[in-house]
Design a protein around this ligand. Sequence first.
Ligand SMILES: NC(=O)c1ccc[n+]([C@@H]2O[C@H](COP(=O)([O-])OP(=O)(O)OC[C@H]3O[C@@H](n4cnc5c(N)ncnc54)[C@H](OP(=O)(O)O)[C@@H]3O)[C@@H](O)[C@H]2O)c1
Length: 242
Amino acid sequence: MTADVHEDAQDGDGPVAVVTGASEGIGLAVARRLARDGYRVAMVARPSPKLDAAAAQVGPAAFPVGCDVTRSAETERAMAAVMRATDDQWVSAFQVKVFGALRMMRAAWPHLVAARGSVVNIGGIGARTPRDAFAMTGPLSAALLAFTKVFADRGITDGVRVNAVNPGAVLTPRTVAMLTARAEADGCTLDETVAGMVRRDHVTRLGTPEDVAGVVAFLLSPDGEWLQGAVIDVDGGRTKGL
Ligand SMILES: NC(=O)c1ccc[n+]([C@@H]2O[C@H](COP(=O)([O-])OP(=O)(O)OC[C@H]3O[C@@H](n4cnc5c(N)ncnc54)[C@H](OP(=O)(O)O)[C@@H]3O)[C@@H](O)[C@H]2O)c1
């Protein structure tokens, strides 16, 4: 059985596929293929070192779910474990992106006040245009932008500037790995996949890390001195709304 239980693939927000019979043979091949296509793969078979080894071999997108499908109670427990793993992914993403930034700003604040310093948070275009493809990264970035505004307001009193940038698709190692897997799955080259994305998203091109770094430097510089709580889209024209 292969079941897609969560349809929100982009930027690592991959849908979850539940593959039974996954410790060898066809199930293992299906698991391998879906992991390459960007799914998080719950690999189901009876608990064994063979299942664990198969999941390890498929890679970080896969996780083993030991379950004897002839036992009804075990199948219920297995699906609960799959859904818990999905929840854990959301919690962990919020921990890093939202609470991570919040903790860092809180810890740095006294020093920022003393130095009349400046903060730039990195959101993401899904914050302004949440949609299915940004099911996780959109709300994460929106929460971070809300905190940016909160700290920016506080910064008016404390003498700290706080702003944010929203990158579109940037060719970082994570994005390149994702696009390479997509290209392999589609049987085309990385350049063709990138060109297709540029056409589909109607953007000037995909970004480089340096494109984002330049805008961060501007926000920190004296030229950006009157910006407070600003959110700048750095996305080659991807965000079409005002
Ligand atoms: N790339 C894009 O297309 C894109 C688009 C929109 C927004 N963004 C945003 O831009 C930011 C950077 O994205 P990215 O693509 O360059 O890479 P990323 O995979 O999101 O982030 C990689 C960086 O985060 C560090 N990191 C991860 N977990 C950490 C933790 N718990 N504590 C400390 N550091 C941690 C990693 O260091 P270690 O693992 O070595 O600790 C590494 O330096 C992210 O906030 C992302 O959401 C990216």
